[in-house]
Design a protein. Structure first.
Length: 88
């Protein structure tokens, strides 16, 4: 159910990091690590699975929208996720 804007103390702009602001040039990241970085957490921060699922709902579209600025590395093993990094 929608709620009036007046119910909120603050309404900052909806602003997302650019890949250059978020990722280090020489590193490759999983979507899970990117999700944490987008929330100003360390890439290896412990978070519960429910929170991680919500963060992935934001992260996967971010990766898709920024695909032109990213490279992808296929998993090195069957039990490892793909990794993303900045395009040079």
């Amino acid at each position: 159910m929608p709620v009036p804007k007046s119910e909120f103390d603050s309404l900052p702009d909806c602003d997302f990091y650019t890949p250059e602001e978020l990722l280090e040039d020489d590193q490759m990241y999983t979507v899970y690590e990117i999700a944490r970085l987008m929330q100003d957490l360390e890439p290896d921060a412990e978070i519960d699975q429910g929170t991680e699922r919500v963060l992935l709902d934001w992260t996967i579209p971010w990766v898709i929208m920024n695909a032109d600025d990213l490279v992808i590395a296929e998993p090195r093993t069957d039990d490892e996720p793909a990794r993303y990094g900045l395009k040079e």
